[in-house]
Design a binder for this molecule. Structure first.
Ligand code: 5GP
Length: 177
C-alpha cells in the first residue's frame, strides 16, 4: 500500500447515480437513431462505463481501449501509451469514447486523433469529470458529467498509484500524510 492519503468526499454516490442515469438517457437518444460503439477507456473508466451502459436503453456494441500515461504522480504527463487496442474496425461507425476525467485534455486529444485516422463516421466523447481550468488543449468533450475545480480526485474508478479505485464516491485529495 502507498502512503495513506487525506481525502474528502466531493461527489456522493447519490449524485453520481443521478448524473450517470441522465447521461445514459442522452446517449440512448443517439443509439436509437444509429448503431453506436461505446468505448471504455481503461483503466479509470471501468466503473463509470459499467454503470453508464446499463442506462443506455438501445442496442450498443461495447469495446475497450487500454491506455496508460507515463509517470505515477498527481500530474498528467500527456504522454499516452496504448496498452490494449479495439478488437473491431470502427470505419464508418459512430463511436463514443467514455473517459473518466479530462484534465489537460492531452490524453483525449491523442486518442481522438488516433481513432479519427481509422475513419469512423462520427467520434463523440463523454467524460464523467472535466477540469476546465486545467485544460491545455482546445479539446472539448461532447458530454460531461460534472465540471470540477483543478483538484486531484480519486474514487469511482480513479486511482492514486493504483489504489482507491474502489471508493464508491469521488473524493478530493487533501494532502499526503
Ligand atoms: P489529461 O491527459 O486530460 O491531462 O489527463 C487524463 C488522465 O490523467 C486521466 O485519464 C487520468 O488517468 C489522469 N488524471 C487526470 N486528473 C486526474 C485526477 O484528478 N485524478 C486521477 N486519479 N487521475 C487523473
Amino acid at each position: 500500500m502507498t502512503a495513506p492519503l487525506k481525502f474528502s468526499k466531493m461527489i456522493t454516490e447519490t449524485e453520481l447515480a443521478k448524473r450517470v442515469k441522465e447521461l445514459g438517457a442522452e446517449i440512448t437518444e443517439i443509439a436509437r437513431k444509429e448503431p453506436v460503439i461505446a468505448v471504455c477507456i481503461l483503466k479509470g473508466s471501468f466503473i463509470f462505463f459499467s454503470d453508464l451502459v446499463r442506462h443506455i436503453e438501445a442496442d450498443i456494441a461495447t469495446e475497450f481501449l487500454g491506455t496508460a500515461s507515463y509517470g505515477n504522480s498527481m500530474k498528467s504527463s500527456g504522454e499516452v501509451k496504448l496498452t490494449l487496442d479495439l478488437t473491431n474496425s470502427i470505419e464508418g461507425k459512430t463511436v463514443i469514447l467514455i473517459e473518466d476525467i479530462i484534465d489537460t485534455g492531452l490524453t483525449m486529444d491523442f486518442l481522438t486523433k488516433t481513432l479519427a485516422a481509422r475513419k469512423p463516421k462520427r467520434l463523440l466523447t463523454c467524460s464523467l469529470l472535466f477540469k476546465p481550468e486545467a485544460l491545455k488543449t482546445s479539446f472539448k468533450p461532447d458530454y460531461v458529467g460534472f465540471k470540477i475545480p483543478n483538484d486531484f480526485v480519486i474514487g469511482y474508478g480513479l486511482d492514486y498509484q493504483g489504489f482507491y479505485r474502489n471508493l464508491p464516491y469521488i473524493a478530493r485529495v487533501e494532502s499526503l500524510q
